[in-house]
Design a protein around this ligand. Structure first.
Ligand code: PLP
Length: 373
C-alpha cells in the first residue's frame, strides 16, 4: 500500500458530475470572462468569508499584489512579511516596488511573531502582511492592535487557509483585506489558476475591480494604468461547485491531523504542529520537524509515503532576493525551519487507514534513524 502526498484527481472526481454540468453551462453560455458565473462565485465566497466584497482575480500572487496597489503602496514603502513563507508573499511586495521587511515567526506555530513586529516598523512601513501558513491562522489579535497603533494596513495572505478561524472568526475579514489562491492544491482549488480578494473596504474593492480589468470601469475608458487579472467564468463556475464542499474537506483534514497529533506524539526527535487555543486551523499542510529531515523523507519514500518540503529555501536566501543583501544567519529561525520541515500527506480524500499507514511508516523510519550512528 502507498499513500500519495496529494491525490488531486480523486479530490476533483468526487464532484465529477457537478463539475461537468458547470463546464457545459459555461460552454453553452458563450460568455467566458467577467460574467454571471464570476459574479455568483464572488458573492458566495465573500459570504463564506463573512466579507462584504469578493473580487475574483487571476491567482493568489495577484490578489496580494492588487491589495497593495489598491492601498497605493509602492517605491519607498516597506511592508512587513514573515521570514518563513512561500515566495509569493514577498514577490507581491517587490512587484509593486516596495521593500519586503522580514520578521521571524513564533517557532511553535511557524507564523509571524507579533512581539517582534513592532521593532521592524519604520517611518516607511505601510502594511503588515500576515500569512496563515500551512492553514494555521496567524495571531491576528495583537497584530490588529499593532497595525492600529501605527496606522498600518493589516493584510492577510490566506492562500493556505480558506475557512480557518481565530476565536471563532473566519479568516478573510480579520484585517483590512485578504488574499486567497485557488491553485489546484489549495483547500479550495480550481482546475487551473485562480484567486480572490475579500474585504469590507468599499473603496479598496472598487479600486481592485478597476485594476484587474485594465484600469477600466467602462469598456475602453481607462482611469488608471491597470492590469489583466481576472478569474474566468469557467474557473468561477467550477469553484462554485466545490465551495459548498469546502467545510467537509476541512473537517476531514482536521480528522487526519488529529490522528497524527495523537499517534505521532512523543516520538524521538520529531516536532509536531502546535495549535494555540484561539486557533482553528484548516490543515492545508501537516508539517513536522526533524533534524534529519532529508533522511526521514527518503525512508518514507522507500515505504511509498509521499512527502514534500514546504519550503527548502527561505525567501531571504533565494537568488531572486540577492539584491536585498541578506546572508545566511540573518533569520536563523526561518533558516532552521526551512532545513528541518517535512509535510506529511493530508487531504479530504485521505482515510484514517491511510493516516495509520503514514504513522506506521514514520515510526519505522524514526526507529531506523535512531539505531543508525
Ligand atoms: C499559493 C500561495 C500564494 C500564491 O498563490 P498563487 O495562486 O499560486 O499565485 C501566496 N501565498 C501563499 C502563502 C501561498 O501558499
Amino acid at each position: 500500500m502507498s499513500v500519495p502526498f496529494l491525490d488531486l484527481k480523486a479530490i476533483n472526481l468526487a464532484h465529477a458530475a457537478e463539475l461537468e454540468a458547470a463546464f457545459k453551462r459555461v460552454l453553452n453560455s458563450g460568455w467566458y470572462v467577467l460574467g454571471s458565473e464570476t459574479a455568483a462565485f464572488e458573492k458566495n465566497f465573500a459570504a463564506y468569508c463573512d466579507s462584504k466584497h469578493g473580487i475574483g482575480v487571476a491567482n493568489g500572487l495577484d490578489a496580494i499584489f492588487l491589495i497593495l496597489k489598491g492601498y497605493g503602496i509602492g517605491p519607498g514603502d516597506e511592508v512587513i512579511v514573515p521570514s518563513n513563507t512561500f515566495i509569493a508573499t514577498w514577490l507581491a511586495v517587490s512587484h509593486c516596488g516596495a521593500r519586503p521587511v522580514p520578521v521571524e515567526p513564533v517557532e511553535a506555530t511557524y507564523n509571524l511573531d507579533p512581539a517582534l513586529v513592532e521593532a521592524a516598523i519604520t517611518p516607511r512601513t505601510r502594511a503588515i502582511l500576515a500569512v496563515h501558513l500551512y492553514g494555521q491562522p496567524a495571531d491576528m489579535t495583537p497584530l490588529r492592535e499593532i497595525a492600529a497603533r501605527h496606522n498600518l494596513k493589516l493584510i492577510e495572505d490566506a492562500a493556505q487557509a480558506h475557512g480557518a478561524r481565530v476565536n471563532g472568526s473566519v479568516v478573510g475579514q480579520l484585517g483590512d483585506a485578504a488574499a486567497f489562491s485557488f491553485y489546484p492544491g489549495k483547500n479550495l482549488g480550481a482546475l487551473g489558476d485562480g484567486g480572490a480578494v475579500t474585504t469590507n473596504d468599499d473603496a479598496l474593492a472598487e479600486r481592485i475591480r478597476t485594476f484587474r480589468n485594465y484600469g477600466s470601469k467602462v469598456k475602453y475608458y481607462n482611469e488608471v494604468p491597470g492590469y489583466n487579472s481576472r478569474l474566468d467564468e469557467l474557473q468561477a463556475a467550477l469553484l462554485d461547485v466545490k465551495l459548498p464542499h469546502l467545510n467537509d474537506g476541512n473537517v476531514q483534514r482536521r480528522a487526519i491531523a488529529a490522528y497524527y497529533q495523537e499517534h505521532l506524539a512523543g516520538l524521538p526527535g520529531l516536532t509536531l504542529p502546535v495549535v494555540p487555543e484561539w486557533a482553528e486551523p484548516v490543515w492545508h499542510l501537516y508539517v513536522v520537524r526533524h533534524a534529519q529531515r532529508d533522511r526521514l523523507a527518503q525512508l518514507l519514500a522507500e515505504r511509498k509515503i509521499g512527502t514534500i518540503v514546504h519550503y527548502p529555501v527561505a525567501p531571504h536566501l533565494q537568488p531572486a532576493y540577492a539584491e536585498l543583501g541578506f546572508s545566511e544567519g540573518d533569520f536563523p529561525l526561518a533558516e532552521a525551519i526551512h532545513r528541518e520541515v517535512l509535510s506529511l500527506p493530508v487531504s479530504p480524500v485521505m482515510t484514517l487507514d491511510d493516516a495509520a499507514e503514514v504513522v506506521a511508516a514514520v515510526r519505522a523510519a524514526l526507529a531506523e534513524i535512531g539505531t543508525a550512528v
